[in-house]
Design a protein around this ligand. Structure first.
Ligand code: FAD
Length: 438
């Protein structure tokens, strides 16, 4: 506390500027903290940087869980801007083929009262969050900075400024047009002191890895036997309209695998094939021949109607075939020094559409608890270590409240894979639905 009785700002270091880190920076800045965000990659606001796991920007389902967390940041216009860049999805559309060979579509509403989820472009949401937090005078964003170590007892973290290519000779002067010799710049390492470090550095979190040397963290991870690959349905030619209904999340269920499509603002659809690794291997042996047949058999109406066979094959070649990881751990914190949020704490398979939503909710829950424990209330901060103690109690309460909740969402996500790829089309599903509605 300073002489005027005002609380000194805490120095908060956020590692990772994905959606969760960007929102956490905003919440801390709104409470007067001095916030420094360190992000491994380039500035998303100025480039078309793609998140590590994605080839293009992907579309996500944004739900009330995530929306409410942005609303509670109390940043004028943030939510308004974000929602303007979304497309409501009121129902899922199940695509299939009847026994007589004819195709059908069945719309299954998400909510009896008309509530809906929204399709959002992950990169534009991330960019909007970063732009909003970056405008706060007490937030500094450091891009191309990688966390390489931490001493959580001494509240010290080490970062490496990622090497960029340095030009020597006259090309160092950007006004001259010659090309100098290129040599890699040696990465610079430096030390950062902080009061609270927030690890929002994704599924392969370095913060979590270092925290495990300090806290007795129970940790499990599981790669499910499913890979995913992105495809795209282009807008209809020649009028450029949506090729299928834009207010649905489209699913082609096929028992042990599925194909889904989520609308984009440019009137295309970002699609994902989820299938066991063995299917990817057998298709990969000769995609030209097998992929169009595979789609014809299992995903009726997709190719050639929505994606020409050549494009299907090219996209299968060009886009990576990526794994899906599910992570649970506990605790999420160490003393009053560090806490992990988002995928760093609970990466989940995407079938419940809640990974990012749950991460954004982490931020809201964490700061509500910090507020409740009086971390930002100067009246309670009389002793020297009072604030640290309040912070430790808050982080403790956070782990106790949040870890079981996140683990439950994680389990639901795993279970919903069965629902999406299979149960949505089973007669039992229909009977159950009919009974619910009766
Ligand atoms: P990330 O988005 O992974 O961001 C972490 C950031 O930390 C990155 O920018 C990274 O560069 C940075 N970083 C990493 N290491 C370091 C380091 N050492 N130092 C500094 N910075 C570092 N979620 C939904 O809610 N709805 C959906 O519909 C949905 N669909 C999905 C579909 C697919 C196919 C997949 C794979 C995921 C989906 N998700 C969905 C999950 C969602 O993408 C993640 O939950 C979300 O991106 C997690 O956000 P995050 O900020 O915690 O982590």
């Amino acid at each position: 506390m300073d002489n005027s009785g005002k609380l000194n700002p805490q120095k908060v270091v956020v590692v990772g500027a994905g959606p969760v880190g960007a929102l956490a920076a905003l919440y801390a800045a709104k409470r007067g903290d001095e916030v420094h965000v360190y992000e491994l990659r380039d500035d998303l606001r100025q480039s078309s940087t793609i998140p590590l796991n994605f080839t293009k920007s992907i579309n996500l389902a944004l739900s009330e869980r995530g929306i409410h967390s942005m609303r509670q940041s109390h940043c004028d216009d943030l939510l308004q801007h974000v929602l303007k860049e979304t497309i409501p999805m009121h129902a899922r559309m199940i695509h299939g083929r009847r026994k007589n060979g004819s195709l059908y579509e069945e719309s299954q509403a998400y909510d009896a009262n008309g509530r809906h989820i929204r399709a959002v472009d992950r990169a534009s949401l991330n960019k909007r969050l970063l732009e909003t937090s970056g405008k706060m005078p007490n937030v500094t964003l450091h891009f191309n900075h990688k966390l390489i170590g931490a001493d959580f007892d001494k509240r010290t973290a080490w970062f490496e400024e990622q090497s960029r290519t340095k030009t020597t000779g006259h090309a160092q002067n950007p006004t001259q047009d010659g090309v100098g010799d290129m040599e890699p710049e040696r990465p610079k390492e430096f030390e950062v002191k902080y009061d609270l470090l927030i690890g929002a550095d994704g599924a392969h979190s370095a913060v979590r890895r270092h925290m495990m040397k300090y806290a007795r963290v129970n940790y499990t991870q599981e790669y499910i036997d499913t890979l995913w690959c992105e495809f795209q349905i282009k807008p209809k030619s020649p009028d450029g309209s949506f090729a299928i209904d834009p207010n649905h999340l489209h699913i082609w269920p096929a028992g042990s695998f599925m194909f889904i499509a989520i609308p984009s603002l440019d009137k295309s659809f970002t699609c994902t094939l989820f299938a066991p690794a063995s299917h990817f291997s057998s298709i990969s042996a000769n995609p030209q021949q097998t992929l169009p047949q595979f789609f014809h058999k299992y995903f009726p109406g997709v190719s050639p109607d929505l994606i020409p066979p050549m494009e299907l094959v090219n996209q299968f070649y060009e886009n990576p075939h990526l794994p899906l990881i599910s992570i649970k751990c506990r605790p999420y914190h160490y003393k009053s020094s560090v806490v992990i949020l988002g995928d760093a704490a609970h990466a989940m398979v995407p079938f419940y559409g809640q990974g990012m939503n749950a991460g954004l909710e982490d931020v809201r829950v964490l700061f509500e608890i910090l507020d409740r424990q009086g971390v930002y209330d100067h009246r309670d901060m009389t002793g020297k270590n009072a604030r640290m103690q309040a912070r430790e109690a808050a982080l403790d309460a956070y782990t106790n409240q949040r870890a079981p909740d996140a683990a439950a969402i994680n389990d639901l996500a795993l279970r919903n894979y069965e629902e999406m790829r299979s149960s949505v089309q089973s007669p039992l599903y229909k009977i159950r639905k009919w009974m619910e509605e009766a």
